[in-house]
Design a protein around this ligand. Structure first.
Ligand code: PBG
Length: 327
């Protein structure tokens, strides 16, 4: 029998046929939308390097959350930008902290909204590192763990559904798990930023969160972009420590890691489409150089194809809107 060389072509003959055989879809249900909350009143301030992304005071957060919920986006990730910063990041674990108050408010208005709380000290410390420092300016890993665990308990008590530690201290998953369990919060899962690279793609976020380190950088606790196998080791140790979700961050330049983690682990896999990735698209779209919708949907499809189950993205509202529009 003759070999059928044109089989692929036959499966692309019409939109209906293409949909029938399509392997991956982007769904609104896959999206998690990051939000920045600030103290004060009547604040909705656009972040200059992230057009379309804002700082919200709690009163203005209400209208934003109503929109997010109406679009059918199932989950949000909260980042707090406090007024008061100090050496030990005390606002991160204060019961009256901005994140804790935001969580309570969102839960009251939208009980079904899944809230992930970023668990890190960098927005809360005056030096801008993700943990606390020793007298000679080094990261004090163990003391940092104590404070991060305290932060996790306080976030979960406020009603957070997921604790998402982005701090990259050694042993952070185990420390947070132990503290949550001791506090009777055994049902609250941990979304570990297992494979987090020391990346320049976080630039716009650091403007947004006012969290650039005052001195030094994050290379001692974030991964070297040149390494892949190390990411598998990081993920394996987080799984052993009790992580419930694994994350790869950033997304676009690290899709090989999404694929590798998907092959090696059976936990839900999250990709963080970070600020720099967002801002590049926005800037090019503003100039009219690219078709924003098509580009963004192609990126989202790429995340799914690589193996992501959940996509954290600043494009979430647009994506949900486009999906509703039947694209
Ligand atoms: C804090 C944190 C960062 C991001 C999320 N959590 C910045 C960093 O590690 O420097 C980046 C998110 C983004 O760029 O969108 N540790």
């Amino acid at each position: 029998m003759a070999i059928q060389f044109d089989r692929h072509r036959r499966l692309r003959t019409s939109q209906g046929m293409r949909s029938l055989v399509r392997e991956h879809y982007v769904r609104t249900e896959d999206l998690m939308y990051p939000l920045f909350v600030v103290e004060g009143e009547n604040i909705k301030e656009e972040i200059p390097s992230m057009p379309g992304v804002f700082h919200f005071s709690l009163d203005r957060l209400k209208e934003e959350m109503a929109e997010v919920a109406a679009l059918g986006i199932p989950s949000v990730m909260l980042f707090g930008v406090p007024n008061h910063k100090d050496a030990c990041g005390s606002e991160a674990y204060a019961d009256t902290g901005i994140v804790q108050r935001a969580i309570r408010q969102i839960k009251a208005d939208h009980p079904d909204m899944i809230i992930a709380a970023d668990n890190c000290l960098c927005q809360f410390t005056d030096h801008g590192h993700c943990g606390v420092l020793t007298d000679d300016g080094q990261i004090d890993n163990d003391e940092s763990l104590t404070l991060l665990a305290k932060t996790a308990v306080s976030q979960a008590k406020a009603g957070a559904d997921i604790i998402a530690p982005s701090n990259m201290m050694d042993g952070f998953v185990a420390a947070i798990r132990e503290a949550l369990d001791e506090a009777g919060l055994v049902h609250v899962p941990i979304m570990s930023y297992a494979v987090k690279y020391a990346s320049s793609f976080y630039g716009p976020f650091r403007d947004a969160a006012h969290s650039s380190p005052k001195s030094g950088d994050r290379k001692t606790y974030q991964m070297d972009p040149g390494n892949a196998r190390e990411g598998l080791r990081e993920a394996a140790s987080d799984v052993m420590e009790g992580a419930d979700f694994l994350m790869v961050k950033p997304g676009l330049a690290y899709l090989d890691m999404v694929h590798r983690l998907k092959e090696s682990f059976d936990l839900p896999l999250v990709v963080y489409n970070v600020s720099g990735e967002y801002s590049m698209v926005k800037a090019a779209a503003e100039k009219g150089w690219i078709d924003e919708e098509k580009i963004v949907m192609e990126m989202m499809t790429g995340f799914k194809r690589a193996g992501a189950d959940i996509i954290i993205t600043y494009h979430a509202k647009d994506v949900a809107g486009w999906l509703q529009g039947g694209k």
